[in-house]
Design a protein around this ligand. Structure first.
Ligand SMILES: [Zn+2]
Length: 401
């Protein structure tokens, strides 16, 4: 485990030493394909994260699912499903008045083009993995933008959920018809016989290639996952974060990776088309920007800090337990500080700028330097063109030549 200073140095403050994660050493890996489930949501940032950073008054985000393939065992599983196309059927009735897909008054606007089953069954990359090849669906949690329509999978596809999830949400939020007749595995505390990065961990394939991590707080029974994507010359990992955070500003910067003196990132704005035939999101304006870390700290950061996250962990009822969510996010922050772990939360739109997406595998992210390119890209969401107090903006914010 190396410290992640190379890509970001020099930093504004001396980073805190990163604790070891204690990941068992094995040579087994999984292939990971990140799937854009073609579900987009737009809402007021204040609804999710409290007082928005200027420029970030609205938040627009995709929803990812992960196709996890253990080739040695011939097993494919999905981590999350995104939102089903007929999303009203999965949405709790009490929330329906607040959600719309017409671009009009409802506070949360959603747009879903396709069910994940149809995406897989088209098999655009001829990879030979369709919905009938999925052994199990794992829900990071039960929210309707993650649990998809599991009834569309074959009856032999298992459903795996975290501790206490069904007890808490069955009937109130999960409809019995969605899971009727399906083999359901609700992991209990005895399933998590390892500890990785402070999370209780379950070795899902028994070979150390893919761990499910008990990460409560966002909901009861929320799961994250840690996938070993390379084993040689060293192990590298993808951390599938679910909704452990909605936005990277909830765990960056951190005491382990403070703001750097200069931040380089792509100024990329995504245009999310609407409607059934609208097609995939369009990337606009990919200029490389350089921004002074001091400017971000002193002008943009609400606490003028180089080491604290921009946003705090949301309060209840956005999360089921604020205290547990804070603990889980703090643990994820340590994974994020490791050079050999790429944290992929479900709604981080910047992943689309730098990672290969389904049908391609993302296993080579470390070799391609994706982490350094991605780490600060969420800053695009904030208004970085404001007039600083002193000295003038031109000295602080300029395009790279
Ligand atoms: Zn979500």
């Amino acid at each position: 485990m190396g410290l992640l200073n190379n890509g970001f140095s020099p930093l504004l403050e001396t980073p805190r030493l990163v604790p070891d994660l204690g990941i068992p050493v094995t040579s087994a890996t999984v292939e990971i394909r990140i799937i854009n489930t073609t579900c987009y949501q737009k809402t007021s940032t204040a609804h999710l994260l409290g007082q928005p950073i200027p420029g970030h008054e609205t938040i627009t985000f995709p929803s990812y699912a992960f196709l996890v393939s253990n080739r040695a065992q011939g097993v494919n599983v999905l981590f999350d499903l995104g939102m089903r196309k007929d999303w009203r059927k999965a949405c709790p009735p009490a929330l329906l008045p607040y959600i719309g897909d017409d671009g009009q008054g409802a506070p949360l606007q959603v747009d879903v083009e396709r069910d994940i089953v149809d995406i897989l069954d088209d098999d655009p990359g001829n990879i030979g993995i369709t919905s009938s090849d999925i052994s199990a669906v794992i829900w990071s949690h039960h929210h309707f933008d993650h649990r998809g329509d599991v009834a569309r999978f074959q009856s032999y596809t298992k459903l795996i959920v975290g501790p206490g999830l069904l007890d808490r949400y069955m009937h109130s939020e999960i409809h019995e018809s969605e899971i009727r007749g399906r083999d359901i595995v609700e992991l209990d505390d005895t399933s998590f016989d390892l500890t990785i990065g402070g999370f209780p961990a379950h070795d899902a394939f028994g070979d150390g290639s893919f761990y499910l991590l008990s990460c409560p707080g966002h909901t009861v029974g929320h799961l994250c996952a840690l996938a070993r994507v390379t084993a040689t010359p060293t192990s590298t990992f993808a951390f599938l974060g679910g909704d452990c955070a909605y936005h990277c500003g909830e765990f960056r910067p951190s005491p382990y990776i403070p703001l750097p003196q200069q931040v380089a990132f792509k100024s990329a704005s995504w245009h999310f088309p609407r409607g059934p035939q609208a097609g995939p999101p369009v990337l606009k304006n990919r200029k490389i920007l350089l921004c002074a870390g001091d400017f971000i700290k002193d002008i943009v950061h609400p606490y003028k800090s180089a080491t604290e996250s921009f946003y705090e962990t949301p309060a209840e009822p956005v999360v089921s337990s604020h205290d547990e969510a804070c603990v889980s996010t703090a643990k994820m922050e340590i994974f994020d500080a490791h050079d050999d772990v790429l944290v992929c939360i479900s709604h981080d739109k910047s992943l689309m700028n730098h990672l290969p997406f389904y049908p391609h595998i993302m296993n080579e992210w470390h070799k391609k330097g994706c982490k350094q390119k991605l780490h600060w890209e969420f800053l695009n969401d904030f208004d970085l063109d404001r007039n600083p107090i002193s000295p003038p903006a031109a000295l602080h914010f300029r395009r790279q030549r």
